[in-house]
Design a protein around this ligand. Structure first.
Ligand SMILES: Cc1ncc(COP(=O)(O)O)c(C=O)c1O
Length: 423
């Protein structure tokens, strides 16, 4: 069926913006996506018509808010084919979700001599929490490398895995290379020694069908703001039998069933992990975003982005002498992310020049500095796509890049401050 991009674009008024005299081309979706009017309306409805705190009240507004909040868990559970809505913990972002796993499961189960396997393509949000927990527990971190084509070295993972391995944590899709990892294969290797599998789905869940049962992972982290939802929303999904065995990461209001001066009985799932008043409006907005994605179909989202990437890689061939493109050449194993450098130009210079033409991309280390060092560079320019992007936008982007290449000598004289940007 495919996506009806023209119809979809009508739901995103921001795409009508003119930036520096040019129609906006928004290619910074891996950092955060735009939100459709449906999501903004759902949030506004909550605030304007039934705003109240959840869990606590017997009054009508509180019950309506609680119902919508609980429904958000169910909608998300359905979206990722969780066994139960109780396995869905609403967090603030992927970073928090991974920290919850590292500092609850990790601190409880890791000992000196244990090993945690990560990858060189990890985002800092997956790398640093595990490094901190390793420092505290005495566990050792090991990194799986990539091939020259930007694929994960499965041979190396197989070689590294042993009875000492307790955790394998990795990005399902790289936010720089676009590489879509073979999640099932990684899970099978990890489970062969009884290690848990922690999947960083920040760049996968928004862009491709996700079925946690079929993937056979143990934990999945992702961000609502990267999939049409509000900022300050994220999800941690975990297998119920594992979560039930864990104590809260943050404790306080709503995490308990009962407290005396010297004892506590923790609440059921997922409330045990959602301390304090949650982001109720965010949860409602995220559920609306998920419904939007389910209506258009995640298979269609994936196919659309594959097409955009195929087209981009093809058009980049015209710039082969002047541009280095990173990541796999095959769109079948690559998501809607294309990172590159214009030879002789700083990535920030290219980003600024693109902005003059209304094209929003992200430049820098993309919170994956070790990966860039592995590639022998400090940063890249990254174009990242979503459901509202078009082949025509890609064509315009390539034409503008050709202009930038022509002006290279002049642009190279610009002074650049090497600021660290996120995403
Ligand atoms: C692969 C990956 N993991 C984790 C994150 C962190 O997401 P957040 O900033 O929403 O916590 C990102 C964000 O860009 C990402 O791309």
């Amino acid at each position: 069926m495919g996506l009806n991009v023209e119809e979809i674009r009508k739901d995103f008024p921001i795409l009508k913006r003119v930036v520096n005299g040019n129609p906006l081309i928004y290619f910074d979706n891996a950092a955060t996506t735009q939100r459709p009017v449906q999501v903004v309306a759902a949030i506004a409805r909550f605030y304007l018509q039934y705003n109240a705190n959840v869990h606590r009240g017997f009054h009508t507004l509180s019950q309506e808010a609680s119902e919508a909040f609980e429904e958000a868990h169910e909608v998300i559970a359905h979206f990722i084919n969780a066994y139960s809505w109780e396995e869905v913990i609403l967090t603030y972002n992927t970073t928090e979700s991974i920290n919850i796993v590292a500092f609850t499961w990790g601190l409880k189960n890791l000992r000196e001599g244990d090993e945690i396997i990560l990858t060189v393509m990890d985002h800092h949000s997956n790398m640093l929490p595990w490094r901190k927990v390793a420092e505290i527990t005495g566990a050792k971190i090991r990194y799986v490398d990539i091939t020259d084509d930007g694929l994960l070295r499965y041979d190396m993972l197989e070689e590294m895995i042993s009875e000492k391995t307790k955790v394998v944590a990795f990005p399902m899709m790289s936010n720089v290379l676009g590489t879509m990892n073979d999640v099932k294969r990684i899970a099978k290797i990890a489970h062969s020694v009884g290690a848990i599998v922690v999947a960083d789905g920040a760049q996968w869940v928004p862009h491709a069908p996700t079925d946690v049962r079929d993937l056979r992972i143990d934990f999945l982290a992702f961000s609502g703001h990267k999939m049409l939802g509000p900022t300050g929303t994220g999800v941690l999904w975990g297998r119920k039998d594992i979560l039930e065995d864990l104590e809260p990461f943050k404790s306080g209001g709503d995490t308990i069933k009962d407290v005396t001066l010297d004892s506590v009985i923790w609440h059921d799932l997922p409330w045990r992990f959602e301390a304090g008043t949650p982001n109720i409006a965010g949860a409602i907005g995220l559920a609306e975003a998920v419904k939007y994605l389910m209506r258009i179909g995640m298979e269609n989202v994936r196919e659309h982005e594959k097409e955009l990437v195929r087209h981009t890689l093809k058009r980049f061939e015209e710039l082969a002498d002047d541009v280095d493109v990173y990541g796999p050449k095959n769109p079948e194993v690559r998501g809607g992310v294309v990172s590159f450098n214009v030879k002789g130009l700083h990535y920030h210079t290219v980003g600024k020049a693109l902005d003059l033409f209304g094209i929003a991309v992200r430049t820098g280390g993309h919170c994956a500095h070790p990966l860039h060092y592995r590639l022998g560079i400090k940063g890249t320019v990254r174009a990242s796509y979503y459901i509202y992007n078009t082949v025509e936008e890609v064509d315009r982007f390539i034409e503008v890049l050709k202009t930038i290449v022509k002006l290279k000598d002049r642009l190279a004289k610009e002074k650049v401050e090497d600021v660290c940007t996120g995403g």
